[in-house]
Ligand binder design. Structure first.
Ligand code: AMP
Ligand code: GLY
Length: 426
């Protein structure tokens, strides 16, 4: 076969990891990344097309006929990219608009879970702020308020008091800070326990679960401070014990897919279940219709052999367990963020020490928010880098990753020093 053309859509650390893994594939693909970053530029051809530019992406794909298009972020999937590409006879890794609603609408996802008997927090849905406020008076605290639609990871409020909960309702429903995404809210029970991310490849029928990962959503050490897109991750996550896997498969993935099927919806791509491992068993916090970021960086660092055949098999409906194999190593990713993140942050600061860090054994530095400016890599986002290392066991991976972060510098850069601490606790 001629070198296949692959189009990867997105510009974060997840997409750099996808491009990095696909670039090692035995089919030696020619990779294009839209729009990509300074990291993907070294392995692929970056295209001047935003991930949200559906007409532009479709026009490019119709002209260049990629063998596969791999979609990183949720927004283009929720906007129907997979449907448009499929209608043009183009193969896509990623679910249809109808299936992506599992991430695009938390109200839809909750309804699917309730009908399917998937364990999740009990909740009420409101389309009216006054009714939501009235409900708060009889609810237990803390309580969780969620905007229905996409909110770039900012639509979830954990509220310790009725006052806080009322303020959340005000922001989402009255001031409308998330626009149409906040027309409905979920008010749900607060769950306790360690969290884990379990992702599964799905080909419309079959489910192949990927290795476990744990994300660190809070900005500061010890899980303090505001939520972020994710400050680091490691894989595997020992909190997901052998006994839990069949439970998660049956109660989360099989039940959800059966309910979608009942509604005439076929799921193809990767389904990400954010789980709370409660004393009563795993419960779903959220579904994502795409790979996690930074979970992908650690999962792909441990992926054995080619990735492309597994992604193609999802699109073709030919997925088998043998498509997915793991290295014995553990992997850790530490996100280096710009000063001020998750609030406002500067851009355009030079990043130094990348080559030195990348040369260390087991280390690969994924770019998340970077671009090239006159030959120099500069910061271009809140999450700037995802420094990733593998090791024989987790402790070695952690040592290696922090050796690498110590060599990288940019103005105001900050990162958590305790990634993987839960798994390393004596
Ligand atoms: P989500 O975007 O729904 O995953 O929510 C973001 C984060 O909020 C999750 O990773 C959890 O840490 C937290 N969260 C969401 N729902 C709940 C809940 N019902 N109880 C406790 N924490 C929650
Ligand atoms: N790491 C969380 C997410 O990708 O949504």
């Amino acid at each position: 076969m001629q070198a296949p053309i692959i189009l990867v859509i997105g510009n974060g650390g997840r997409e750099h990891a996808l491009v990095w893994k696909l670039s090692q594939d035995s089919a030696k693909p020619r990779i294009f990344c839209a729009p990509g970053n300074a990291g993907t530029a070294a392995l692929a051809t970056n295209l001047d097309l935003a991930a949200a530019d559906l007409p532009g992406l479709l026009a490019w794909a119709k002209e260049h006929r990629p063998y596969l298009t791999v979609v990183g972020p949720e927004a283009p999937l929720c906007a129907g990219l997979a449907d448009d590409f499929a209608a043009a006879g183009l193969k896509v890794f990623g679910p249809s608009k109808a299936a992506a609603l599992l991430e695009g609408s938390k109200v839809f996802a909750k309804d699917v879970m309730e009908k399917a008997g998937v364990p999740t927090a009990a909740s009420y849905t409101f389309t009216d702020a006054a009714a939501a406020r009235a409900h708060l008076r009889k609810t237990r605290l803390p309580v969780v308020i969620k905007a229905d639609g996409l909110a770039a990871g900012k639509g979830v409020y954990i509220c310790g008091s009725v006052l806080e909960a009322e303020a959340a309702i005000e922001e989402i429903m009255v001031r409308g800070i998330f626009g149409a995404s906040g027309r409905q809210v979920l008010v749900e029970d607060y769950l306790e326990g360690p969290e884990a991310s379990i992702l599964a490849l799905i080909d419309g029928e079959r489910v192949v679960m990927l290795s476990s990962a744990q994300d660190h959503k809070r900005v500061y050490d010890g899980d303090r401070g505001p939520n972020t897109g994710g400050m680091g991750a490691y894989s595997p996550a020992p909190v997901v014990t052998d006994a839990l896997w069949p439970v998660i498969r049956a109660e989360v993935f099989d039940r959800t897919l059966a309910e979608l099927r009942r509604r005439g919806i076929t799921y193809r791509g990767v389904l990400y279940a954010g789980l709370m491992l409660t004393a009563d068993g795993p419960k779903v916090l959220e579904f994502n219709c795409r790979f996690g970021d930074p979970e992908t960086q650690v999962i792909l660092a441990r992926w054995e052999g080619d990735l492309l055949p597994a992604l193609v098999a999802c699109a073709d409906g030919t997925l088998r367990e043998e498509h997915v194999r793991w290295k014995r190593e553990a992997a850790v990713c530490v996100v280096m963020a710009a000063g001020g993140y998750p609030g406002a942050y500067p851009k355009g600061d030079p990043i130094l020490g990348l080559a030195e860090a990348n040369a260390l054994p087991g280390v690969v530095v994924f770019h998340a928010g970077s671009r090239l400016q006159a030959g120099q890599v500069v910061t271009d986002g809140g999450r700037v880098l995802g420094v990733t290392a593998t090791g024989h066991e987790l402790r070695q991976a952690v040592t290696r990753v922090y050796d690498a972060t110590a060599r990288i510098r940019f103005a105001g850069g900050h990162y958590r020093k305790d990634i993987a601490w839960r798994a390393l606790k004596p």
